[in-house]
Design a protein. Structure first.
Length: 318
């Protein structure tokens, strides 16, 4: 059953009427209503398209967090064959928030590192709601080192509210682990591509998003801190999260303008949570084009290109 966000209420009302008419028709309690159903469905589709054509940053934040958006496991299932997950950081333990391993994309070897939030209560608890601990980032570094050693490109799928801020995580070096992972992303001699599929929150996201190319889904967000955290810091009031989101320039469109990201993957009206297959296919096309663009480039050239990309962020603003 489709769940609706608060600002989608006009669409929800129209869809409820459509379902009511369809139920009456099936029960034989209504006269021929096919034309009315089509008319109402068209109105619902038009209302949805109109809403998604003028979303605010706060509304995009809500969409980015929608639990039905495609997850890491969905992208891997559809895009990667022969995927072999790797576990553990060889220092402390396994962290299920960060998933990583090797597989094939269009027959070519590829390393995949991503964050899994989980899709139901059990899996969300297992994956700690997508908030990684230090061992998760150290596992990511381990996978990247293997990929670099064997000249295998790396794909990152980013969807996290941020790294886990618990006492144990801090005691085990959360900040250092994030810094090491970010450093490893930047120094790889193989091409790496990061796709922000939902939330790209704080250092927990950039630790696996400092890539040769960074793309965002149209209604994803990428931010130094969540709107709630920013509101708490600036105004000591998390209730001003909407105001913070509208001021922070966290949308894909803003970040493309600033040069923080390189490309936007379009989402059909209604968002990725309604059109998972189309969005995953579009992401696959981006990965395919990215890999082709690095054919023939040597390790030094790849590193230098990535270095220049990050040094140039913000230098072309007017």
């Amino acid at each position: 059953m489709q769940s609706y966000l608060e600002f989608e209420k006009p669409v929800a009302d129209l869809q409820a009427k459509v379902q009511e008419l369809k139920s009456l028709a099936q029960s034989g309690e209504a006269v021929e209503i096919e034309d009315e159903v089509k008319r109402l469905q068209q109105r619902a589709d038009e209302a949805l398209a109109d809403i998604y054509a003028k979303l605010t940053p706060w509304q995009k934040t809500q969409i980015a967090r929608h639990p039905s958006r495609p997850h890491f496991v969905d992208y891997v299932k559809e895009l990667i064959t022969d995927f072999t997950p790797m576990a553990g950081d060889r220092k402390f333990s396994e962290d299920a928030a960060i998933q990583a391993g090797f597989g094939r994309f269009d027959g070519q070897s590829i390393a995949v590192v991503g964050i899994e939030k989980g899709s139901d209560t059990e899996s969300r608890l297992k994956h700690n709601f997508g908030s990684a601990r230090p061992e998760g980032y150290r596992k990511a570094v381990r996978i990247m080192e293997l990929a670099d050693r064997f000249d295998i490109p790396v794909l990152y799928l980013v969807d996290t509210a941020g790294a886990y801020p618990g006492v144990g995580a801090e005691e085990r070096g959360q900040a250092e682990a994030i810094a090491r992972s970010t450093e490893k992303c930047l120094e790889l001699g193989v091409p790496n591509l990061a796709v922000v599929t939902g939330e790209g929150g704080s250092g927990g996201a950039i630790a696996i998003a400092a890539a040769s190319k960074v793309a965002m889904l149209e209604h994803s967000i990428y931010t130094v801190a969540s709107p709630e955290a920013s509101a708490s810091i600036l105004w000591r009031d998390a209730g001003k999260a909407q105001e913070a989101a509208n001021s922070m320039k966290i949308t894909a469109q803003d970040l493309l303008k600033f040069g923080v990201v390189d490309q936007i993957i379009a989402e059909p009206a209604g968002g990725a949570h309604r059109h998972s297959a189309q969005v995953i296919e579009a992401t696959g096309n981006l990965v395919r084009d990215f890999l082709k663009s690095y054919d023939g480039k040597d390790r030094k050239e790849i590193r230098e290109e990535r270095r220049e990309k990050f040094l140039n962020i913000g230098t072309k603003l007017t």
